[in-house]
Design a protein. Structure first.
Length: 476
């Protein structure tokens, strides 16, 4: 792996690094990245009601505000656009609804996607809580879900047709379907109502039409073939979808994004001093951070690689903080035991924000991940990252906001961490650039502008227009 020279560093945005910033650790400063008044808005994080434990029919479609862990609010304001035709979006997440009480990356993604749609002035209806997810490849469960899905769709069609025309959805938006959680509702509902059908972040591989999730894989093929727009958040390989979506105009990309407003006005100095007192940490040593749930499979594999890599960092003159919990915690503790980390447990969004700002470097191997939300959140807080190629490629600007290492390479991970620990001035500059870059490229505002351009070309097929696939112009 080739690193930039320590003296000059990589080519950086803005002013050059000042020699005065080469302190013993990243200089602590109040992290504030204010938005212009025209782009400020309020993001609601509310108390989520309990979601059902098993799939069921819920037809009480309603205007929806994004929910989280403490309170709920609607969105205020929307992006200034020249023309905003009325369009109500029926939103559906077959793997995990946005108001599910159990936190996960899927829930976070669906909440963010709803927030971006609301941000462009498109009211959303949470269409259903029907969960089609099968984790283990249980053929009997998949067959039951496949039989139940059309019945849910039929009742939903009847309910939506009974609404006044002004309350009916003008577009169906399915978030993160996959062979394990196929969309049994969107295709029939969109066809019956004559409205465009959009899929975002589809987890599909051609091989999924065979094997333990073949039923869901075949349904995913049909859904992708019907979709007027297929939006990919992590780039991916368009060749995988070419046999099913031959018209490249229907494919579009959207940068992974987060709500950067949560990271404004965090007093990193105060948080670091308070944590140092309460946990016995040395504020003069670099603090490394890892944020991930502790589940078997790829998460545990990443923790093990993290442990192997950090054990090879010369001197180990750092503190390792770990935010996350889960059933595989004993395996994680065993993998990290030589590093004597501080385990903080599972933290909600409001507690993670100050933690990011108080640390010096986020390190995560990101094995097999499409993109890492924690990598974006750390950068939004002004913290550079060292991460594996798989999860970092689309969310880290290599050598400007952090360092990307080859996937699965513990030695490269250790080398990258050691390099940034030895160059605190460069680390600080990368952190400042990371906050600016995430705000510009990966913020909720940036995603809303992109979604506006992707959705405004879709005209309802039942209004004398073309079919959803034909109505989808070039995905700019």
């Amino acid at each position: 792996m080739v690193f930039p020279p320590a003296a000059s560093g990589p080519r950086l945005w803005g002013s050059p690094v000042s020699p005065a910033r080469s302190a013993a650790h990243r200089p602590r400063a109040k992290t504030a990245f204010p938005l212009p008044p025209s782009l400020r808005f309020i993001v609601g994080w509310g108390s989520a009601g309990k979601a059902p434990a098993r799939p069921h029919i819920r037809l009480s479609c309603r205007p929806y505000s994004v929910l989280s862990d403490d309170r709920s609010r609607s969105f205020h304001g929307c992006l200034p656009v020249a023309s905003r035709p009325p369009m109500t979006v029926a939103f559906y997440a077959p793997q995990k609804a946005p108001d599910d009480p159990v936190p996960s990356g899927d829930r976070q993604l669906s909440r963010l996607m709803m927030a971006a749609i609301n941000r462009i002035g498109r009211p959303t209806l949470l269409a259903s809580h029907f969960r089609s997810f099968d984790k283990t490849g249980d053929a009997d469960r998949q067959a039951r879900l496949a039989a139940l899905g059309p019945r849910v769709a039929e009742r939903l069609i009847g309910h939506l047709r009974s609404l006044p025309p002004t309350r009916r959805p003008d577009l169906w938006f399915t978030c993160a379907p996959s062979a394990r959680a196929p969309d049994w509702l969107g295709p029939p509902v969109a066809e019956a109502l004559g409205i465009p059908y959009v899929i975002a972040e589809a987890g599909f591989e051609p091989a999924s039409v065979e094997g333990p999730w073949s039923l869901g894989g075949r349904q995913m093929s049909r859904a992708l073939a019907q979709a007027g727009r297929v939006i990919r958040l992590n780039g991916g390989d368009p060749a995988q979808l070419a046999p099913i979506v031959p018209d490249s105009r229907r494919l579009a990309s959207l940068q992974p994004f987060i709500d950067t407003a949560r990271f404004n006005d965090v007093d990193a100095d105060a948080v670091r001093e308070a944590m140092a007192r309460s946990h016995g940490l040395d504020p003069g040593r670099p603090w490394l951070l890892a944020v991930a749930m502790m589940r078997s499979g790829r998460k545990v594999a990443s923790y093990r690689l993290l442990g192997r890599g950090l054990r090879h960092v010369p001197g180990r003159s750092f503190h390792l903080l770990v935010a996350g919990d889960g059933p595989a915690r004993p395996e994680v503790e065993q993998a990290l035991s030589p590093l004597k980390p501080l385990y903080l447990g599972e933290l909600g969004p409001q507690r993670l924000v100050p933690l990011y700002a108080a640390c010096d470097l986020l390190v995560w191997p990101a094995l097999g991940e499409s993109f890492g939300m924690a990598l974006l959140e750390a950068q939004a807080a002004g913290v550079p990252v060292v991460a594996g190629q798989s999860g970092a490629a689309s969310v880290v600007h290599d050598e400007k906001t952090g360092l990307i290492v080859p996937e699965g390479d513990a030695d490269a991970l250790a080398e990258a961490v050691a390099f940034l620990l030895l160059n605190p001035g460069l680390r600080h500059t990368m952190g400042r650039q990371a906050a600016w870059w995430v705000q510009r490229e990966h913020s909720l505002e940036a995603a809303a502008w992109r979604l506006q351009s992707l959705l405004q070309d879709l005209a309802p097929a039942g209004d004398g227009g073309s079919s959803p696939a034909e109505a989808a112009g070039p995905a700019r």
